[in-house]
Design a protein around this ligand. Structure first.
Ligand code: SF4
Length: 342
């Protein structure tokens, strides 16, 4: 099968076009057309000479990735889309409406190898990395759902983005290119469970995206049980990398803390977290655990979570309690599992 022409950044596309004997000036037009138009084949590209389309079609494909299921939350209007790619791999994307904003949550892998015990995607296991075109197709569909007006994009869907970093990075460059979708990198957040070498790479890069790290819990032993990746990148190393990232970029990091009722939401758990992240320019997001069939059952206590939040705020840490959305369609954090029937 030919590679998808949407897998390339604008500069890569220019090189391809030059190698095909096509004028460089056409590259920018083709790139913009690919980004803006939801074309399923080369003949649908408007304003491009036929001779250029023929040359591209001889060595590249232009696939259409169908949304095979669409669910809308009756509680809050959250929309979940299910995509099926050509090899049968499936992923979900979520469009989350807010008061004056709409966010899109994109997937980076079909399934996930990390196996975090609180996550439905982790229970699926790993199928494969997504290509840049499969990531940007999710963006395009979410943008259409949002009426052309997305406020932010988060890579917090299925998969660990930093284990597919080259493709995720390419999709970020394609989406933010001012000759294409022109979606600002400053409105994109990539969330990782803590792949230290990529956090270190990001600290040196000139990408403007935001970084979120799933701390999950401040207790290293407890984290080792919940997050198998902790064996490769222990929490202490992840936090050190985050500290360095903040200093090197003069930026803040988002720490995601999964609240497992009765397990990690006591005042002493809050103290552990305060000690762990002391001195780091950060914001903490407390994320209530969302239930899914086969996953751990934890009864969250709102009062305990509020108390936990208060302790962090009193320690000078900006702390927000995330209002989870889309739980009735299994679209909330940790629930994505390409299973529309659940
Ligand atoms: S939480 Fe993220 S990294 Fe962990 S299994 Fe789920 S998708 Fe993978």
């Amino acid at each position: 099968m030919f590679p998808d022409i949407r897998d390339y950044t604008r500069s890569e596309l220019s090189e391809i076009m030059i190698s095909l004997g096509v004028k460089k000036a056409h590259a920018t037009r083709v790139f913009g057309c690919l980004c803006r138009k939801n074309a399923g084949n080369f003949s649908e590209l408007s304003g491009i000479p036929e001779s250029v389309k023929v040359k591209l079609a001889a060595g590249y494909s232009l696939a259409w990735f169908p949304v095979i299921d669409r669910r809308v939350s009756k509680i809050d209007g959250t929309i979940k889309l299910l995509f099926r790619f050509q090899d049968g791999a499936e992923v979900e994307s979520v469009i989350i409406p807010g008061k004056n904003r709409v966010s899109a949550c994109l997937s980076s892998q079909a399934g996930c190898a990390c196996g975090c015990v609180f996550c439905a995607t982790g229970a699926l296991g790993f199928r494969r990395d997504l290509k840049p075109s499969e990531i940007t197709a999710q963006f395009a569909a979410c943008l259409r759902e949002a009426g052309g007006n997305l406020s932010s994009v988060v890579f917090m869907g299925m998969g660990e983005p930093f284990l597919n970093w080259e493709n995720v990075k390419k999709s970020i460059l394609i989406l933010s290119d001012n000759k294409g979708c022109n979606f600002p990198q400053t409105k994109m957040t990539v969330s990782t469970v803590g792949i230290v070498p990529v956090i270190q790479e990001l600290a040196k890069s000139d990408l403007k995206i935001k970084l979120a790290i799933s701390v999950v819990t401040a207790d290293e032993k407890q984290r080792a049980k919940l997050v198998p990746m902790n064996a490769t990148y222990p929490l202490a190393e992840v936090i050190e990398a985050a500290r360095h990232y903040c200093l090197a970029r003069n930026a803040q990091v988002f720490f995601e803390y999964l609240v497992l009722g009765g397990e990690n939401d006591s005042p002493s758990d809050a103290e552990k977290l305060i000690k762990l992240i002391k001195g780091i320019g950060c914001r903490v997001n407390l994320i209530p655990h969302n239930l899914w069939r086969g996953g751990p059952v934890r009864a969250d206590s709102h009062a305990r979570v509020k108390e936990f939040q208060k302790l962090l705020i009193a320690a000078g840490i900006r702390t927000y309690l995330r209002v989870e959305k889309g739980s009735d369609i299994m679209a909330a954090c940790g629930q994505l599992a390409v299973n529309p029937g659940t």
